[in-house]
Ligand binder design. Structure first.
Ligand SMILES: [Zn+2]
Ligand SMILES: [Zn+2]
Length: 345
């Protein structure tokens, strides 16, 4: 059930940097990072029937076995067998790595390890896409873009003409804003502590900006005043628990829905008064935009192909693989959104 991929383009996502820094987790080294990518199937292993050499694919950091209760549920994408596992550095079938150096294993990362010219991935973590889609663009759909987009269009589901707030204007938050634009929201309020992000965010349909630092009251109160009682939908993409609470408390009573996307600190606790829920506000969370990797991601690529979804505006840098460290520099400095790394010079 394994597939060997020739990676053509990959990009750097914040999760790679987080695990590379190995802060607060069990370090597992040496390891090949990378999980946002596009490539071509080079060969397939025993048991693989729905992919063949030459297929254009996006490897995905979480999977879809198509057989477990989650995969059979229309509501879930949390596959029992292949859901994200940040600690596992080996393949499921035999508990071994497919990479080595001088006889010593090099571990996998998120089942993808795309900072490599070739990688081996479980078939359940491979989305087969339209071969006409340019891989140097659609590779960004394999992680961050789908996470934010899906949180908005699949989970928050803003009605046409609604007012939406997005907390955190990095790549994930801006893809949530892109989802709100596609859904026809009329006001998109961006919330971020970094005013430099506001200019960029206008390209993604963000119409108004709130910097919590500019106000001496909670940001949920500021937003409630701006919107006559609260927004219709909010999506939180920072992982900061105070931002999560604000994102929930800024939705309108009666119908407002808040969706949590950012990954919080392991000791964080979400506190709010239960009356906020009794007053008919809904709090939800989502993982990978509720998309099933194999069944749904090809259709996100089609949204790009039919010009509904714009991905070019997320791509701010490009480097050859030999200069991959520049991509880390851009991310650490907070410059740009996505840096595409091309495997061939
Ligand atoms: Zn990612
Ligand atoms: Zn499954």
């Amino acid at each position: 059930m394994e597939v060997r991929l020739k990676i053509l383009y990959t990009s750097l996502c914040h999760t790679d940097v987080y695990f590379w820094e190995a802060k607060g987790q069990n370090p597992l080294f040496p390891r090949i990072y990378g999980h946002e990518a596009g490539g071509i199937v080079e060969s397939v292993g025993e048991g693989v029937t729905d992919l063949e050499p030459g297929d254009h694919v996006l490897p995905i950091f979480t999977g879809e076995c198509k057989e477990c209760a989650h995969c059979k549920s229309e509501e879930s994408n949390m596959c029992d067998l292949l859901r994200i596992n940040t600690d596992r550095g080996v393949m499921l079938s035999d508990g071994k790595s497919r990479f080595s150096i001088k006889g010593q294993p090099i571990y996998h990362f998120l089942g993808t390890s795309t900072f490599s010219e070739y990688t081996v991935v479980h078939v359940g973590c491979v989305a087969k896409i339209n071969p006409l889609a340019p891989l140097d663009k659609v590779c960004v759909i394999s992680c961050g873009i789908s996470t934010g987009l899906g949180a908005m269009v699949n989970v928050a589901k803003p009605p046409k003409g609604s007012t939406v707030a997005v907390f955190g204007l990095g790549a994930v938050g801006l893809s949530a804003a892109e989802g709100a634009r596609i859904a026809g929201a009329s006001r998109i309020i961006g919330v971020d502590l970094n005013p430099n992000r506001f200019q960029e965010a206008k390209k993604f349909g963000v119409t108004e900006f709130v910097n919590p630092k500019d106000h001496n009251k909670p940001v949920q109160e500021v937003i409630a005043e701006m919107t006559n009682g609260g927004v219709d939908r909010s999506v939180e993409c920072t992982g900061n628990v105070d931002a999560m609470i604000s994102a929930f408390e800024c939705v309108h009573d009666g119908w407002g829905v808040a969706v949590l996307v950012g990954v919080p600190h392991k000791d964080a606790v979400f506190k709010t008064h239960p009356i906020n829920l009794l007053n008919e506000r809904t709090l939800k969370g989502t993982f990978f935009g509720n998309y099933k990797p194999r069944s749904d991601i090809p259709s996100v690529v089609e949204k790009y192909m039919n010009k509904e979804l714009e991905v070019e505006k997320f791509i701010t840098h490009q480097v050859p693989f030999s200069e991959i460290n520049k991509a880390f520099d851009y991310m650490l400095k907070g410059e740009g959104l996505r840096c595409i790394i091309r495997m061939e010079e």
